[in-house]
Every structure is written in C-alpha cells, then in structure tokens.
Design a protein around this ligand. Structure first.
Ligand SMILES: NC(=O)c1ccc[n+]([C@@H]2O[C@H](COP(=O)([O-])OP(=O)(O)OC[C@H]3O[C@@H](n4cnc5c(N)ncnc54)[C@H](OP(=O)(O)O)[C@@H]3O)[C@@H](O)[C@H]2O)c1
Length: 255
C-alpha cells in the first residue's frame, strides 16, 4: 500500500513546503488539496506524478464530501494529514462582512475537524496529524480577533485530540508559527509598509514541525522569537500581552 499524505492548502507557502518536504521522506503519494486548479497543476508539473491534485473548496460541505468519497474508494495508507489551509484578515470587527465572518470559520475551523474524523480510520500507529494553528492562538489578539480565535480553536482541538488518541500511536501536533513569509501577509495596510518582527521562512516552519511530529510532540513552535512570545503569554497577564500587541499594530488599523 502506498504511503500517503493529505495536505490542505497545498498551493500556498507553508502547504507547498509540506508537499516538498514530505516527498523527500518516504511518502509515495501526496493528495494536494486546494481550490486553484492552475496552481495545483503547477504543483504536479513541479513535483511529478506522486502529487495528486484534489481541487475542492473546503468551506463547502461538498468539498469535504468529495475527499470522503475518494477515501472510501481508495482506502489509502495515510501517514500524514496536514490541515494547513487557512485565511486571515487584520481589521476592526466592524470591517468584516457577514460572508467574511462565515468564511473564516468555515475554512479555519470546520475542515480540520471533519478531515481528522474522515482520515483517522485510514491511519495507524506511527502516523501523524499536523494542524497548522498559529502563535496568535497563545492569547486573544484584537484586530486579528476572529483569525486568532479560530487558531485557538484549532490548537485546543488538536491537543485534546492528541490526548484522546493516546494508545493508538497516532500523534496530533498543533503547529504554531509566528509570522511566516508567504502570500498570506499583506505587505502594506492603509498605505503603510508592514513590519513583521521575527518573520521566518516556510521551510524552517515545516522542518521544525516534521521534527516535532517525529518526536510525538503535541505542539510545534518554530524559532526562539516565537518561543519567547509563547513564554510571555504564559507568564504575563493576558491583558498586558494584548496591550503590547495592540500598540505594535495600531498604526495599521483605521478604527
Ligand atoms: N503566513 C503566516 O504568517 C502564518 C503564521 C501563522 C500561521 N499561519 C497559518 O499557516 C497556514 C498556511 O498559511 P500560508 O501563510 O501558507 O497562506 P497562503 O500562502 O495564503 O496559503 C493558503 C492556502 O490555503 C488554501 N485555501 C484557502 N482557502 C481555501 C478553501 N476555501 N478551500 C481550500 N483551500 C483553501 C489556498 O489555496 P487556494 O487559494 O488554491 O484554495 C492556499 O493553498 C494557514 O492556516 C495560516 O493561518 C500562517
């Protein structure tokens, strides 16, 4: 049976890096999940026939059902499930449309839970689930409020699921990077060039995540800078951490 990985958000910065690094391990087949057909075909051209493009919109129940159908047909030997697809917007709560609110929850929260449920029956001892959360899950973050709350959901769900799966040999790791240099980050907001302290490459996030998963850790925090933020969020009052955060991003927000 072919060792398989399922990677969502495979056409983005962190997702593509997962595809690349998993293919350099002993993974034979990667189901690359995303919406953009051209980019998916580009992945297949770049990495070859071992990449299976799965074009779905994860925010739609039909998209998840399509993956469910493929699983029951192929019954793959899933060694890695990487729930990575995500969307973000930095703005005041007032500047979110009803559609944006629903979409954020539908992309960031529902698919990881549904895909864990669908894929676990095809996983065995030694397999890994990596759910890409964020350092914004460490404490509440005003002005990326909804995104941070969705990532706290993902981190909490992942760590609890890992405890529930104890005894199966399947490990769940919540991957919590700080800023990562990908298309997700707006380089400019309201005419101001944005600074991203401690920004790292997708390559180092994925390398650290796969190492932590191998060590059966339930959390992966890449870089000393983000580890420092994590420690601060545990030691300092959350109100103070929020205040420091708001001071650092206030200049980009029109309130
Ligand atoms: N960049 C950062 O600073 C940072 C920091 C911490 C955590 N993260 C997390 O890392 C993950 C990956 O982020 P990234 O920086 O690599 O972002 P990115 O470059 O914007 O990639 C996002 C990926 O998600 C896919 N996607 C979005 N909506 C989708 C939908 N409805 N259905 C299926 N796929 C969808 C996109 O593909 P299509 O457009 O083709 O569908 C793309 O492949 C996200 O969960 C993000 O929250 C990022």
């Amino acid at each position: 049976m072919k060792k398989t990985a399922v990677v969502t958000g495979a056409t983005g910065g962190i997702g593509e890096e997962f595809v690349k690094q998993l293919l350099s391990l002993d993974i034979v087949r990667v189901w690359a999940v995303a919406r953009n057909g051209e980019k998916l075909e580009g992945l297949r051209k770049k990495y070859g026939e071992r990449v299976l493009p799965v074009r779905v919109d994860l925010s739609e129940t039909g998209g998840i059902d399509k993956i469910g159908g493929m699983l029951s047909e192929e019954k793959p030997d899933i060694r890695f499930l990487i729930n990575n697809a995500g969307i973000a917007k930095m703005a005041s709560y007032k500047d979110f449309s009803r559609e944006e609110i629903i979409r954020t929850v539908d992309v960031n929260c529902k698919p990881p839970v549904l895909l864990c449920g669908l894929c676990i029956p095809y996983m065995k001892a030694g397999s890994n689930i990596l759910n890409v959360s964020s350092a914004s899950a460490f404490q509440p973050n005003p002005y990326i409020n909804l995104y941070a709350a969705s990532k706290a959901f993902e981190r909490s769900y992942s760590r609890s699921l890992n405890a529930e799966l104890k005894g199966t040999g399947i490990c769940v790791t919540a991957v919590c990077p700080g800023w990562v240099d990908t298309e997700m980050l707006s380089k400019e907001i309201n005419g101001r060039r944005v600074r991203f302290p401690g920004i790292v490459s997708a390559e180092s996030v994925v390398k650290t995540a796969l190492k932590d998963a191998e060590k059966r850790r339930d959390m992966s925090v890449c870089s000393l800078y983000t580890k420092f933020l994590h420690l601060n969020s545990k030691l300092l009052p959350q109100r103070l951490v929020m205040k420091i955060w708001v001071n650092s991003i206030r200049k980009y927000i029109v309130d």
